[in-house]
Design a protein. Structure first.
Length: 115
């Protein structure tokens, strides 16, 4: 089982990034997917989630209207489009696969928002 995130980097406030998470080793299309983030000294928090078919999404209040989660089951990939980035969005971003009690995590990708 592997979840590999990419797309992180350094961006100025107000900028955009698109994170990707490619899954392998399990049946991606039956798993709900989520993005979490963890800033230094803080607990890991849920950013956004999407159901296995993509028909339902949810977001943390802090990112509503700025971030969009989506998935392509044909490509075993989940995305996080991040717009209007703020310095407080700086964190390591992780994707997670979830089915009943099963949880798979990626290794994370760093996002830094700074001028």
């Amino acid at each position: 089982v592997q979840l590999v995130e990419s797309g992180g980097g350094l961006v100025q406030p107000g900028g955009s990034l698109r994170l990707s998470c490619v899954a392998s080793g399990f049946t991606f299309s039956i798993y709900a997917m989520s993005w979490f983030r963890q800033a230094p000294g803080k607990e890991r928090e849920l950013v956004a989630g999407i159901t296995n078919g993509g028909g339902s999404t949810n977001y943390a209040d802090s990112v509503k209207g700025r971030f969009t989660i989506s998935r392509d089951n044909a490509k075993n990939t989940v995305y996080l489009q991040m717009n209007s980035l703020k310095p407080e969005d700086t964190a390591v971003y992780y994707c997670r696969a979830h089915l009943f009690s099963i949880r798979y995590w990626g290794q994370g990708t760093q996002v830094t928002v700074s001028s």
